[in-house]
Design a protein around this ligand. Structure first.
Ligand code: ADP
Ligand code: ADP
Length: 227
């Protein structure tokens, strides 16, 4: 058995700033791993390297037996669209589309017919308990509802890995808990692994395992729990 996704000795500099200085990471199918650490420690850069959004200066990123750190842009971007999902802190929904159309969008872009895409989008909105906002635009819903719509959109393609960077960072603690509960419970049902970047211990508490990043290095790994 090998991990679903792993990063080994990842290094990345932006000019004179060293963002990653030999970071290691691994995640198993269905596992929820929190990446913790202070602001500026390299958490987002680690997530971007693991997700194939940026290429590390050195080190390897292996997803399902394939090295994505050195994969050409085309296949890397196709892999991101089909196998990975993304949820960020803000601003990810298309403001001109309804919430339903937003969730259907990744399926439409993958060539799924409108009726089928919208039916699946509606199911995902309901799973995230935001079926009632289907016909609203993102500007007409609360922050917590918007994040649950964003989770539905990230999950509608049934990714094997969901990358969540401070997904509750802009929410009050009650809406944040609701988002985390639904995010983790739906991911467990679909065996989606989650790389959860957060600096908040109460968000990390939803994970199976925590990894701490400091000065671009992963300094602690709690024991691997193979789900
Ligand atoms: P964290 O997510 O833990 O806050 P980041 O990975 O965003 O940390 O950043 C790590 C370091 O790299 C910081 O010093 C940050 O300013 C720097 N950095 C990150 N991205 C860039 C970039 N695109 N250009 C320049 N510096 C960057
Ligand atoms: P493509 O160009 O092949 O459509 P993109 O590069 O636009 O692929 O993005 C693929 C996924 O990566 C999207 O879900 C997008 O939200 C995410 N993404 C792209 N660039 C960034 C970035 N700089 N920071 C965070 N996420 C990004």
């Amino acid at each position: 058995m090998t991990p679903l996704l792993s990063g080994v000795d990842l290094r990345k500099a932006f000019g004179k700033t060293t963002a990653l200085d030999g970071a290691d990471f691994e995640i198993w199918p269905g596992e929820v791993v929190a990446v913790m650490g202070p602001s500026g420690s390299g958490k987002s850069t680690l997530l971007h390297c693991l997700a194939g959004i940026i290429q590390p200066d050195s080190g390897t990123v292996t997803y399902d037996g394939r090295d994505i750190a050195t994969m050409p842009d085309g296949p890397r971007s196709a892999l991101r669209r089909t196998e990975f999902g993304f949820v960020f802190q803000f601003g990810q929904l298309v403001t001109e589309l309804t919430c339903l159309e937003n969730v259907a969008l990744p399926l439409r872009l993958a060539g799924v017919k409108r009726a089928v895409a919208e039916r699946q989008a509606r199911e995902w909105l309901e799973r995230l308990e935001v079926g009632s906002v289907a016909t609203k635009r993102p500007g007409e819903v609360s922050g917590g509802q918007g994040q649950r719509v964003a989770v539905a959109r990230a999950m509608v393609t049934e990714p094997r890995v969901l990358f969540a960077d401070e997904p509750t960072g802009a929410l009050d603690s009650l809406s944040g808990e609701r988002v985390m509960n639904l995010l983790v419970s739906t991911a467990k049902q679909t065996e989606t692994a989650i790389v959860l970047v957060t600096h908040e211990a109460r968000v990390a508490a939803y994970s199976d395992r925590e990894v701490t990043v400091r000065d671009g290095k992963t300094i602690s790994f709690s024991p691997v729990t193979r789900p």
